[in-house]
Design a binder for this molecule. Structure first.
Ligand SMILES: *[C@@H]1O[C@H](CO)[C@@H](O)[C@H](O)[C@H]1NC(C)=O
Ligand SMILES: *[C@@H]1O[C@H](CO)[C@@H](O)[C@H](O)[C@H]1NC(C)=O
Ligand SMILES: *[C@@H]1O[C@H](CO)[C@@H](O)[C@H](O)[C@H]1NC(C)=O
Ligand SMILES: *[C@@H]1O[C@H](CO)[C@@H](O)[C@H](O)[C@H]1NC(C)=O
Ligand SMILES: *[C@@H]1O[C@H](CO)[C@@H](O)[C@H](O)[C@H]1NC(C)=O
Ligand SMILES: *[C@@H]1O[C@H](CO)[C@@H](O)[C@H](O)[C@H]1NC(C)=O
Ligand SMILES: *[C@@H]1O[C@H](CO)[C@@H](O)[C@H](O)[C@H]1NC(C)=O
Ligand SMILES: *[C@@H]1O[C@H](CO)[C@@H](O)[C@H](O)[C@H]1NC(C)=O
Ligand SMILES: *[C@@H]1O[C@H](CO)[C@@H](O)[C@H](O)[C@H]1NC(C)=O
Ligand SMILES: *[C@@H]1O[C@H](CO)[C@@H](O)[C@H](O)[C@H]1NC(C)=O
Ligand SMILES: *[C@@H]1O[C@H](CO)[C@@H](O)[C@H](O)[C@H]1NC(C)=O
Ligand SMILES: *[C@@H]1O[C@H](CO)[C@@H](O)[C@H](O)[C@H]1NC(C)=O
Length: 573
């Protein structure tokens, strides 16, 4: 029934990937069977596996085999693969036969090649020497040349106490170097304990009965503590009690380890930088340029009872801001009134940022003080923001910010201050009336000059358009309308329309023209003079006629007979 072509392929994975896929051909009625079903072999060790290609329906002779390493012997449908030294990391073994229909029926055996770590070591990250109580340190376990790292478990220990288990995420099959870290916060009880790490290759049931374990050397924990040991009768005294030093400047301090009951030579000054010179229990520490941000100084003595009495001096290293600049967040150019804008003050390379106070100003007005929450000791860049509402009064004002390092009485006498450049505020707003409002009706006398003052402020500067009664001739000078000599034709409503890019408003003037009182005076006087002239003319006529014996006028004016107007007067008229 079958003309079987049977193969045992031993090859590098990449060269035979396609066979792996065809191994699950659904038309296969059975698959080759490996014994054992999985191989876990130490790199360089011998290995063997047996494959029964097929057990039923195997008509023909098993034929054909391929292998890249090791050798294969065959007995019927059973094949036996063996290798003296397994030194190929990507190896796999595949057994298959071809059916008449041309299908591949195959199986693979998983081969795990392992290599226990060549070495395992423990250390602190970025730290040498003693530790202080309640501070954070990082332990590091370095594992070299281990495979497969996926099966590795790393356990950190303090003495016999497991502190934590770690595993790798890597899927690398070949040997790798890998570092595992764990944060610890030692307490004084840990003083004298030993840190170490253990690696274990857990290779499952097919692996070696005792999983390979490699441990690191032991790292002694020297934990210092201070201030609290009740058995100390006195503590070392530092002068000065606190150091505030500009980065890169020199610094010095003196420590008196003990003044009474100082029996032995068990005292010292622990330091990260600088040098110490001593005279008995008095020690002098000095550094030319303080350029280590995480520095410390601890002075101690050991009592006969084995207690450690120590003091520390707090060292603050500061660096004034390298630069300070101000800007608007997400905004350039003009502002509009009654809107909220965000100012941003960027401070660069300042330390310690927790002692920095940033003040925003508009002109001379402080708008707000801000501080950082960061406890970073090294220089940082930090940005402070403040919201501000714009008003038209702010137009033309200048925003700026000031960064001040407040280091207290032990700090520099004048706290370092760095200010930003000035940022002009340009606030745009619609026309707004200046000056008192107008009366409803303005009464002007004919012939007078009319000034209408339509003065508004606004940003940008507003423009004016006048709507005037018909036929009025006018001169418009911005917000001022002038009519030299006003007449009745100028009477009516004047509308001044004021606008800028933000808004438009109008203002009305109602002009009432009244005749000049001088006209009435002139008219009155003229009338009076005319009356006198008429009277005189009539009078003279009457007199002349009276001399001629005519009495016509007497009838009209009914002058009494004896009344006589002086002749001379009449003649003068
Ligand atoms: C095959 O491997 C097994 C387990 O590794 C071993 O006990 C046995 O001796 C090996 N047989 C031969 C023939 O190498
Ligand atoms: C082949 O296998 C048969 C039965 O399993 C056995 O009797 C025979 O000795 C084997 N031949 C060799 C050369 O191992
Ligand atoms: C071989 O390994 C793969 C992945 O590691 C796994 O999914 C598969 O079940 C294994 N095969 C056998 C026969 O153990
Ligand atoms: C150790 O210190 C170096 C230099 O100060 C720094 O670059 C590195 O990030 C530090 N490593 C850790 C894990 O903190
Ligand atoms: C692991 O580290 C050792 C020593 O540093 C080095 O010789 C080796 O090549 C490294 N191995 C890998 C896989 O990087
Ligand atoms: C020690 O520091 C102080 C203040 O910083 C300084 O005035 C003094 O000169 C320094 N002394 C020595 C010996 O460097
Ligand atoms: C040193 O600083 C720590 C915390 O900042 C504080 O608790 C302690 O009192 C300071 N010590 C001295 C001597 O000022
Ligand atoms: C600035 O604008 C960007 C994009 O519009 C936005 O993602 C970001 O949150 C804005 N920042 C602030 C502080 O509003
Ligand atoms: C702060 O910003 C400046 C300029 O962008 C950069 O050179 C510097 O490295 C930054 N400093 C820190 C601590 O991030
Ligand atoms: C700005 O005005 C808005 C609305 O009137 C108000 O909610 C907000 O608190 C104001 N912001 C500031 C910084 O005054
Ligand atoms: C620095 O800032 C911290 C936190 O705000 C404060 O406790 C400390 O007193 C400041 N240092 C000085 C010298 O002012
Ligand atoms: C117009 O009125 C404003 C506000 O009262 C005043 O400041 C300005 O001088 C006046 N202009 C003229 C030309 O009178």
């Amino acid at each position: 029934m079958f003309c079987c072509c049977i193969f045992l392929a031993v090859s590098l994975l990449h060269s035979l990937c396609h066979f792996h896929v065809s191994g699950y051909d659904p038309s296969c009625t059975e698959f080759p069977v490996f014994t054992p079903s999985a191989l876990v072999v130490k790199y360089g060790d011998p290995a063997n596996v047996t494959c029964v290609v097929c057990q039923k329906d195997c008509s023909g002779d098993a034929s054909g085999l391929e292998h890249a390493m090791g050798k294969v012997t065959q007995n019927g449908t059973t094949m036996f693969w063996t290798v003296d030294r397994l030194t190929e990391w990507d190896i796999f073994v595949m057994c298959y036969y071809n059916t008449d229909a041309g299908d591949h029926c195959s199986s693979t055996v998983n081969i795990t090649i392992y290599q226990p770590p060549e070495s395992v070591s423990i250390s602190f990250v970025n730290h040498t020497g003693m530790m202080f109580e309640n501070q954070l340190y990082t332990l590091q376990c370095s594992v070299q040349n281990v495979a497969p790292v996926q099966s590795l478990t790393v356990t950190f220990y303090r003495g016999n106490t497991a502190l934590g288990h770690l595993q790798s995420n890597s899927e690398q099959k070949k040997p790798v170097n890998e570092t595992f870290t764990l944060n610890i916060t030692p307490s004084r009880e840990d003083d004298g304990a030993q840190y170490w790490c253990e690696t274990k290759l857990e290779l499952g049931p097919a692996g070696p009965q005792r999983p390979p374990v490699v441990t690191s050397e032991k790292l002694p924990a020297i934990v210092h503590w201070w201030f609290t040991d009740s058995s100390c009768t006195e503590f070392p005294v530092f002068t000065p009690s606190a150091l505030i030093v500009k980065y890169g400047d020199p610094a010095n301090a003196t420590c008196d380890a003990c003044q009474k009951d100082c029996s032995g030579d068990g005292f010292g000054l622990e330091h990260a930088v600088g040098k110490v010179t001593g005279h008995g229990t008095t020690m002098f520490w000095t550094v030319d340029r303080l350029t280590k941000w995480d520095t410390y100084l601890i002075c101690y003595y050991n009592t006969d009872a084995g207690d450690q009495c120590s003091s520390t001096v707090n060292i603050t290293i500061y660096q004034p801001p390298e630069s300070v600049s101000i800007s608007f967040v997400n905004h350039t150019g003009m502002m509009f009134e009654e809107q909220q804008y965000t100012l941003q003050c960027s401070v660069q390379n300042v330390a310690p940022v927790q002692n920095l106070t940033v003040t925003f100003y508009r002109g001379n007005t402080a708008l707000g003080h801000l501080q950082s929450n960061s406890e970073e000791k090294k220089p940082v860049n930090e940005t402070f923001t403040l919201n501000t509402n714009s008003s038209r009064e702010d137009d033309g004002a200048q925003y700026w910010c000031e960064a001040k390092l407040e280091l207290g009485p032990a700090g520099p006498q004048r706290p370092p201050v760095v200010t930003s450049e000035k940022l002009p505020a340009i606030v745009h707003y619609g026309p707004e009336l200046i000056g008192p409002p107008n009366p409803d009706v303005i009464t002007v006398t004919e012939g007078d000059t009319l000034h209408l003052n339509c003065s508004f402020v606004g940003n940008p500067s507003p423009s004016y358009t006048w709507t005037v009664p018909v036929n009025s001739s006018l001169s418009d000078n911005g917000g001022i309308l002038t009519i030299k000599s006003i007449g009745f034709e100028h009477e009516g409503q004047y509308i001044c329309t004021v606008s800028n890019t933000v808004g438009t408003v109008t203002k009305e003037f109602n002009i009432d023209v009244q005749a000049s009182p001088l006209i009435w005076i002139i008219a009155g006087v003229s009338a009076a003079v005319l009356f006198v002239i008429i009277l005189c003319v009539l009078c003279c006529r009457f007199y002349k006629q009276n001399r001629k014996g005519s009495y016509n006028l007497k009838d009209v004016l009914r002058f009494p007979k004896h009344t006589a107007l002086p002749l001379q007067n009449c003649e003068n008229v």
